[in-house]
Design a protein around this ligand. Structure first.
Ligand SMILES: [Zn+2]
Length: 106
């Protein structure tokens, strides 16, 4: 699960991993959404482009869409691993997994 495949393959298919669960940018509900993918993320896709533009790129089959949607996925996985390591270091991994599961399935 934590090799290079899920973030890049999912990104190529329009799926982005977020703390509140996966988001499919192919979904029509993003077509007119001018908001960024994730306001708290500083990756190039979230910092510079709207959900509507990313939706357009993915649905048009533009390679830029695949490239851009890989960025938030790599950022998410790196952040997830960082938070896991921190939780383990302070002996709170069980609490971390419970909190993560609650947020991710919201
Ligand atoms: Zn991002």
């Amino acid at each position: 699960m934590f090799d290079c495949v899920p973030p890049t393959r999912s990104g190529r298919n329009g799926q982005v991993f977020m703390w509140t669960g996966p988001v499919n940018l192919r979904n029509a509900r993003h077509a007119e959404d001018a908001a960024p993918l994730d306001e708290s993320c500083h990756c190039p896709a979230c910092a510079s482009y709207s959900r509507a533009y990313l939706h357009h790129l993915v649905n048009a089959g533009e390679i830029l869409g695949a490239m851009l949607l890989t960025e938030p996925n790599l950022t998410f996985y790196q952040s997830l691993m960082y938070e896991m390591r921190e939780a383990i270091a302070v002996g709170r991994f069980r609490r971390f997994t419970n909190d993560f599961s609650t947020r991710y399935s919201a």
